[in-house]
Structure formats: C-alpha cells, structure tokens
Design a protein around this ligand. Structure first.
Ligand code: SF4
Length: 361
C-alpha cells in the first residue's frame, strides 16, 4: 500500500501529525532533525527518534516516495534525474553546478496544461499535481545522491522551473517552499530560491501578499499580445496588461525585483523591433526588472522553432541595454544530455507508450 511522504509536512503540520498519531508534539524537533539534518534514508536509521513515534509513523507514512529511474550526467557536471512516482508516473529533476553553488530545478506537476508552443513538457497534458512531499522529495533525492558521493556538497539553490506551472499547484508549492526554507531543516534562504510562472496574475498577487522573500521569474517570451498568444496560449486568458499589473503589484508589495524570462526563437521573437517593444513595455519598471535571454534549445517535437543566430542574440541584448534595461544571456547546462525541460521525460514516456502499444498489438 502506498503511503504519503513525511517530506510533505511543514514543521507545524508535522507537529499536528504527531498529535493526530497519539504522539507528543515535542518529538517533532527530533524528527525534523532526523529528516533534514541527519537526512536518514530509512526508518531503521532513525535511531535518534523515539522508537514508538517512529513505529507509529512508519505504519502511516513513507520517507521518500520517489525511485530513481534514470540518471544522465553531462560533462559540465549537470545531472538529470528521472524519478518514478508511486503511481508509476515519471518526473524530471535537474542538478546544475554554478560558481555560486549547486542548484536543483524541480518539477511541480505531472505534465502541464499551459501548453507553451515551444515546450517539450507541454506536449504531455497535466495528469495531476505533485504533492508537497513529492516536490520536497526531489530535493532530498538529489541531496542523497550528493551525500553518497561523500564530497560534503549541499544543494544551495532551488529553481522551481521544471515541468508544470507552479502556481497551478499553488498550495503544495507554498508548503514546499516553507519546508525547504525552514531554518531548523534544510535552511535554504529565500533569496536562493526562484519560482518561475507563465503568468497566472491572481496567483502572482497572492504570492506577493505572502511576502516569502522568494525570487519571482515570469516567462514573457514576447513583447505584445498578438505574438505572445501565438507562443503561449495562456496569454489569451491573461493578456499582457493584466500580467504587467500583477507584476507591478508584486514589486510594490515586496520591494523585490522580477526576472523576465525570454526564450529567443529565430525569426519569431528575436528581432531588434521585438527588443525595442520589450524595452517599451518594461518602461519605467526597468530599475526593478532583469531580462534573462534564453537561447532556444531545439526539441524534435517543435521543428517550427529554431535557435536564434548568435548575431541576433547580441543585437537583442544591445538594444535592451541601450534602452536602459538590465539583461543577461542564460548560460546553458548539460548540452550533451537531454537538457531541454521535459526532453528526458517525454522521450522516456514515448518509449514506454511505444512498448505498451507493441505489447497490445
Ligand atoms: S514552459 Fe512551463 S508552463 Fe509552459 S508548457 Fe512548459 S512546463 Fe508548462
């Protein structure tokens, strides 16, 4: 029988869970420490926790609910993991090495309903949201991989940019953030965490009200409604005007900057005129926004999109800079593995479907 993961509880919820299981709430601190400081991998190893408490919880909860299915390691140190969930679904998680530390990109949903036209993940419709335990479980599984290498490495940064729209799984993502930020546990600082959204305006405002101090990135990818609706159909429901308003609210409420994500697609949105329009759209917000230009990583499934020429990338960058917009070009990771978001999972899922079809025919 499948049990939910203990990694799904915030510290407060864990205390409540102990009480509901007939245990003393004071035992929560030890348990939290065993989970996140000692990072025990099994119930047997949970020796610092009261025996009765561990036995009681073991009957109802699992530690991790993820099993590693595939691991691809790139020459630059990027590691892409494919995990199998208890219900058989597969999700992707990526570990990236930077000069400033180790970051993990987590998945928040099985598939995605936003349907961005350039995205390998969007090809597989959302089956379900991940639980907070399954999202935290990805961090714990990557940390276990690092621990097993014995080099004392720690996950220091998190980007919520994997498969799924995090704000379409809002409550679980917020619990996840509270869990990984807890100073008595993993203690990953809010400034080391970035949540990326396709632009769910109401949720951006709700997130601003929580004032968690976590970084926000918004996927814009086009400087006008006509083009953005073509690239991201979500723009039809939430046009730029509404989205920019939500971003203004976030910046005012939190006094934080926002990163604008912009994937450069050759001859689609990468002209100087697009850059000029983007600078105009940003306008007076320039002091509080940074544009992250992302050279497109071609995927077989979207042959209509090509990677921008280097000259176009530079011209786009120059145009923004000249208009006073701060911008950068994203470094690529793991180009010798299935690095584009969702590539590994969609490849594996197609292979599994192919095998299932062959078995049925
Ligand atoms: S880019 Fe993100 S929001 Fe858009 S379809 Fe892909 S996973 Fe969903």
């Amino acid at each position: 029988m499948n049990h939910p993961s203990l990694y799904g509880f915030t510290y407060t919820q864990l205390k409540e869970t102990l009480v509901a299981a007939g245990q003393k709430p004071s035992r929560a601190a030890r348990l939290w420490e065993a989970l996140y400081r000692d990072r025990v991998q099994s119930w047997e190893a949970m020796t610092s926790v009261h025996e009765g408490t561990a036995a009681e919880l073991e009957a109802r909860y699992a530690l991790s609910t993820l099993t590693e299915h595939t691991r691809q390691e790139a020459t630059d140190g990027t590691v892409k993991f494919l995990y199998r969930l208890q219900d058989g679904n597969l999700i992707e998680t990526v570990l990236m090495r930077h000069r400033f530390g180790l970051s993990v990109c987590v998945t928040t949903q099985v598939g995605c309903n936003i349907g961005c036209s350039f995205c390998a993940s969007g090809l597989l419709a959302k089956t379900r949201d991940l639980s907070a335990g399954e999202i935290t479980g990805q961090i714990m599984a990557v940390q276990a991989y690092l621990d097993s290498r014995g080099a004392g490495e720690r996950v220091s940064h998190i980007v919520v940019m994997g498969i799924g729209e995090p704000f379409d799984n809002y409550d679980n993502v917020i619990d996840f953030l509270r869990i990984v930020m807890d100073p008595k546990g993993l203690a990953i600082g809010p400034r080391h965490i970035t949540v990326s959204t396709s632009g769910l305006a109401e949720r951006i405002e709700a997130f601003a009200d929580l004032n968690l101090r976590v970084n926000l990135a918004v996927s814009l990818h086009a400087p006008n409604d006509e083009l953005r609706t073509r690239i991201m159909r979500i723009n039809k429901a939430i046009p730029l005007d509404r989205l920019m308003g939500a971003m203004d609210y976030f910046m005012q409420r939190t006094n934080q900057r926002i990163t604008i994500e912009y994937i450069l697609l050759r001859d689609v949105n990468d002209g100087r005129e697009h850059a000029a329009q983007l600078a105009e759209l940003i306008g007076a917000r320039a002091a509080r926004m940074n544009v992250n230009l992302i050279p497109y990583n071609p995927v077989d499934e979207h042959s209509q999109y090509q990677r921008s020429e280097r000259d176009s990338v530079l011209a786009f960058y120059d145009t923004l800079k000249k208009q006073g917009v701060s911008c950068s070009v994203r470094m690529e990771h793991g180009t010798d593995i299935d690095a584009a978001c969702g590539q590994l999972r969609s490849k594996q899922t197609r292979a599994e479907r192919g095998r299932a079809d062959a078995a049925l025919s």
